[in-house]
Design a protein around this ligand. Sequence first.
Ligand SMILES: Nc1ncnc2c1ncn2[C@@H]1O[C@H](COP(=O)(O)OP(=O)(O)OP(=O)(O)O)[C@@H](O)[C@H]1O
Length: 258
Amino acid sequence: MSILEVRNLTKKFGGLIANQDVSMTVEKNSITAVIGPNGAGKTTFFNMITGVYQPTSGAILLENEKINGLKPHEVSKKGISRTFQNIRLFNEMSVIENVLVGMHTHLKAGLIGILFNLPAIRREEKSSEKKAYQLLEYVGLAHLLNEKACNLSYGAQRRLEIARALAAQPKVILLDEPAAGMNPKETNDLTQLVKRMRHEFNLTVILIEHDMKLVMEISEYIIVLDHGEKIAEGKPENIRNNPKVIEAYLGSGAVHVG
Ligand SMILES: Nc1ncnc2c1ncn2[C@@H]1O[C@H](COP(=O)(O)OP(=O)(O)OP(=O)(O)O)[C@@H](O)[C@H]1O
């Protein structure tokens, strides 16, 4: 059963076509990778799905409901969360506060409730803190809950971003280069984390990644973009040997696929 359907998405920035007619169907509970050389249009594609950019044309459907046209916080409320290529944490806030921020779309507390410190709000705060702590335990950061986000190692910051994205209780999570800058051990831990969380949170995962070992190990389906267009899609074993994909990567002088 599909959960997300992207139909003929095109994004133009003036004369530059960043995405041209890209379609994709994502199965519920699957892990899909979006790959392609630098500048292929991968982040633009994520930005359209999450409402950061409005498509020039095309449609995005989450559980058969059209979501293009919605603002990023509205898309998040519908059930799509993300992490960013360039980590976007609140650096001066503590680790647990960063996760609490991720929860705000689901909190009922209005301004009046907070101002008057109503018991129902206090209860909600307590339960949010408990949930945030559990998420930090899940990603292995509970011991750092009061640390400022900026003091965390790179790998830990990436895991904190994932905890914050999970706090919004998504159905679909988009990870933009989650392994960028990680050492092999951190990458391996991340691979295990993504595999676990897909089952335990009943999630559908879509990731952009340049680390081909990770992509081939983790994904069930791969979409390949080049110069804004989808040049191939399929299972890892088929993508690995696809001449068009190899040519796109070799032509860009980037990593080999294999
Ligand atoms: N806001 C923008 N305004 C103008 N051009 C943009 C904008 N965002 C992206 N582009 C252009 O669209 C093209 C696709 O960029 P995008 O960042 O989506 O590629 P990418 O595949 O994510 O690349 P990378 O792997 O290097 O992150 C590039 O030519 C980029 O310069």
